[in-house]
Design a protein around this ligand. Structure first.
Ligand SMILES: *Cc1c(COP(=O)(O)O)cnc(C)c1O
Length: 508
């Protein structure tokens, strides 16, 4: 089989250098007359050397970006089993609605009398989020899951300070299976992180939480369903114990898609929880668009919610409370304006088009699909918690293939050649060689079977002892196996034209 070609192209996939390598300052896609009568107003600060921007003709520009886009894997192209990330189909209806000029073309400083529709949309979204979570308040402005965590932890901090316990309560409990953003958020908000060690069943136990409680504990950050894809059955008792100890329960709600319409986090005793609109409510994320992480808050934390708030007046119009000073105990604000309007629009379109029964079915189908994959893959891979049903994602590990010389990373690379973006690798950290697979509810059975067939064929290849095949994977991608460690430790963040380094050295 050929793995290299003369052109560097692979079949109809075109090789494409960096734009700086192909373009040249004199190339251009436009032909404009020189401006007449323009006066130099730079006061002698005019650039002396050429800027060296890459210029390309219009067709070349088009091709450059289309070629790059074809190197991208996308949810519109195939199943994207990246666990924890909820890569699901984004209905085009959402995109259509988000592009309506009355939502898309607003300026954040426009007078509120001219943005009443947008404020109503945000209010409606807030209502849906509060209803679905069973919580009384929501801060819409955080711009990602991690940002929402930060909002929640700052609300907890403000509540503790208001109680005069800000100095005393500094410890935040975080299970070792948590997403890395949880301990990072706690630390960034000024708390110390105390890890609750993992247990063999992948769950957080009440006894382990109780053993850590004390008058210096501010909060616990718990994920439910957790990052092993399991529901935390002791959550209610954990909430009671946390509250009895005078602390708060932060819930990482990134996995809300597994329980939306089925379980209201407010009923579980949650005090604060962010919702990744870009996961549960479908909006694009990763390379596909910005995120939004609204944070719902309990009665106890609601007064400390950051500004802005929308207030509805008696005449039905809406106004914005913009300044923390005008808002009692608000801890401040999370971002310059109101949050990600485009995401709010998409999320509300998604909710309204599904309806409450449709959202419940989202959770049911997401869990069904994950369990279907669990059932098909379990005979071929080791599944640390595979004897029981999972929630919206199934966790496998490389325990059964490692003795044969193949690890999680090798399997992930082989999957690339099969045309799949790999599952999440080596997360959660509590499971050695983790492979976290989240199919989401938008995959039909046919796609799940195609994926399972590929995974099973790869497992059989491991059993046949074809270790070399795995170590050489991927063979068909534009780049072969990269040195991930070096890429992370010594990233090349700037492109330099060949000879630049030599020229600089000579000049020094
Ligand atoms: C995605 C995710 C986050 C962080 O969300 P971002 O929007 O990427 O900041 C936090 N916790 C869990 C469990 C997640 O899956």
């Amino acid at each position: 089989m050929i793995t290299e070609t003369t052109s560097g192209n692979r079949g109809l996939q075109q090789a494409e250098p960096l734009i700086f390598e192909t373009g040249h300052a004199t190339g251009t896609g436009v032909d404009l007359p020189a401006p007449k009568g323009a006066k130099d107003r730079l006061g002698g600060l005019k650039r002396k050397a050429a800027l060296d921007l890459p210029g390309l003709s219009e067709p070349e520009t088009m091709r450059h970006f289309v070629r790059l886009s074809q190197k991208n894997y996308a949810i519109d192209l195939g199943l994207f089993p990246l666990g924890s990330c909820t890569m699901k189909h984004n209905p085009r209806l959402n995109e259509r609605v988000a592009r309506l000029e009355g939502f898309a073309d607003l300026h954040p400083l426009q007078p509120t009398s001219t943005i009443q529709g947008a404020l109503e949309l945000m209010d409606d979204l807030a209502h849906w989020l509060c209803t679905l979570t069973g919580m009384p308040a929501v801060a819409l402005s955080p711009k990602a899951g991690a940002h929402g965590e930060f909002a929640g932890m700052l609300a907890i901090k403000a509540a503790l300070e208001a109680r005069g316990e800000g100095e005393k309560r500094k410890r935040v409990l975080v299970p070792s299976s948590a997403h890395g953003t949880n301990p990072a958020t706690a630390a960034a908000a000024g708390f110390t992180v105390d890890e609750i060690p993992g247990r063999a069943d992948g769950r957080v136990h009440l006894d382990d939480v109780k053993a850590k409680l004390g008058s210096d504990v501010a909060a616990i950050m718990i994920t439910n369903p957790n990052t092993c894809g399991l529901f935390e059955p002791e959550i209610r008792n954990i909430a009671d114990a946390i509250h009895a100890a005078g602390a708060y329960l932060y819930c990482d709600g990134a996995n809300f898609n597994a329980i939306v319409g089925k379980v209201r986090p407010g009923d579980l005793g949650v005090d604060a929880m962010h919702i990744n609109l870009h996961k549960t409510f479908s909006t694009p994320h990763g390379g596909g668009g910005p995120g939004a992480g609204p944070t719902v808050l309990s009665e106890a934390l609601a007064p400390f919610a950051p500004v802005p708030h929308i207030v509805k007046r008696a005449d039905g119009s809406r106004v914005l409370v913009e300044h923390a000073e005008d808002d009692g105990e608000a801890f401040g604000r999370m971002c310059a304006f109101h949050g990600q309007m485009g995401m709010f629009t998409r999320a509300l379109a998604y909710m309204m088009s599904h309806g409450s029964d449709g959202l419940r079915q989202v959770a049911e189908d997401a869990v069904l699909n994950a369990n279907y994959l669990r059932a098909r893959l379990k005979p071929h891979f080791s599944a640390p918690f595979g004897d029981r049903p999972c929630m919206h994602e199934v966790l496998l590990d490389d325990e059964s293939i490692r003795p044969k010389g193949v690890e999680t990373i090798d399997l992930a690379k082989a999957l690339l050649d099969e045309g799949y973006h790999p599952f999440t690798t080596y997360f959660p950290l509590v499971v050695h060689g983790a492979m976290l697979i989240e199919p989401t509810e938008t995959e039909p059975k046919r796609e799940l079977d195609r994926f399972a067939d590929v995974m099973i064929a790869l497992a059989e290849r491991v059993n046949a002892g074809d270790v070399q095949f795995f170590k050489q994977s991927p063979q068909l991608t534009p780049m072969r196996r990269l040195d991930d460690t070096r890429a992370a430790r010594q990233p090349k963040l700037r492109w330099r034209r060949a000879g630049d380094d030599a020229a600089r050295k000579a000049a020094e």
